[in-house]
Ligand binder design. Structure first.
Ligand SMILES: Nc1nc2c(ncn2[C@@H]2O[C@H](COP(=O)(O)OP(=O)(O)OP(=O)(O)O)[C@@H](O)[C@H]2O)c(=O)[nH]1
Ligand SMILES: [Mg+2]
Length: 261
């Protein structure tokens, strides 16, 4: 029997966290279905199973709405990677990650890795505007979106570095530097040394679920990084073995009978 078909349960868990409307469900759709489609605000949570080489990875999409907040730490239990998602056009969505979502990761695996992801980069950065998938949105659709007036959410805290200074679109409320600074605070919250941890440059992404920009890179970088966690889980399972019924059956009826009665 091939090794992969023996595995029924996921080897590792990756969780998407973040405020409502930042695009968590859209990121998962883009990665798994290669397209950008209409979403409705997530209720509770849902997961998708991804085969990555011989391994099974469960990717959990969670609800950002405040009323489901209590479920967050349950979804994070045992997670090997958490994707903390914000919207690059909404400063408050980054602030919420720190105020509301970071503590939910207390239940994650002790070796959990963290990615900070600024979605909707198509609204702010020209390089994120080109469709990355052949079945993605057309350039015309993007152009149409870019010329629509943008309704920006309230920005109670001014951005650390004003967009106008770095020559980017005025829609951009969160810079990559802001996200990297937040990543540093995650490490401090977790009591981790910056030196021994994955660097902010590697773990902060800007994505667009709409065009596909950086979406594969995000998920696949994380999958590669959680491989050691998979191997560790497997070793732990080997040290506390369970009975494999398939193998008992395959071992021949004679032996099975003799242990039976
Ligand atoms: N322009 C643009 N819009 C996006 C992008 N990703 C998501 N959206 C839009 O943002 C809105 C919210 O997207 P969702 O994926 O439902 O957001 P969510 O984070 O799952 O929200 P909750 O389920 O309520 O927590 C939808 O109208 C999407 O079409 C993106 O990359 N670019
Ligand atoms: Mg959702």
């Amino acid at each position: 029997m091939p090794e992969a078909s023996k595995m029924k349960k996921p080897d590792v868990k990756v969780v998407l966290l973040g405020d409502m409307n930042v695009g968590k469900t859209s990121l998962l759709h883009r990665y798994t279905e290669r397209r950008f489609k209409d979403t409705i605000s997530t209720v509770g949570g849902a997961f998708f199973l991804k085969q990555w080489g011989p391994y099974n990875i469960s990717i959990w999409d969670t609800a950002g709405r405040e009323q489901f907040h209590g479920l967050g730490s349950m979804y994070c239990r045992g997670a090997s990677a958490v994707i903390l998602t914000y919207d690059v056009t909404n400063w408050q969505s980054l602030a919420e990650l720190e105020e509301r979502f970071l503590s939910l990761t207390d239940t994650a695996h002790h070796g959990c890795i963290y990615a900070v992801v600024g979605n909707k980069a198509d609204l702010t950065d020209s390089k994120a505007q080109l469709s990355q998938d052949s079945d993605g949105v057309s350039e015309d659709q993007i152009q149409e979106e870019m010329t629509k007036p943008q309704v920006l959410s309230a920005c109670p805290t001014p951005p650390a570095s004003p967009a106008s200074l770095s020559g980017m679109s005025l829609n951009k409320q969160v810079t990559r530097e802001d996200a990297m600074a937040f990543y540093g605070r995650i490490l401090r919250y977790k009591g981790l040394e910056e030196k021994g941890s994955l660097p902010a440059e590697k773990m902060c992404f800007e994505t667009s679920a709409k065009t596909g920009y950086n979406v594969d890179t995000l998920f696949e970088t994380l999958f590669d990084l959680v491989l050691p966690s998979i191997l560790r889980n497997r070793n732990e399972n080997l040290q506390s073995p369970t009975v494999d019924l398939e193998e008992c059956r395959g071992a021949g009826s004679k032996r099975a009978r003799s242990t039976c009665c």
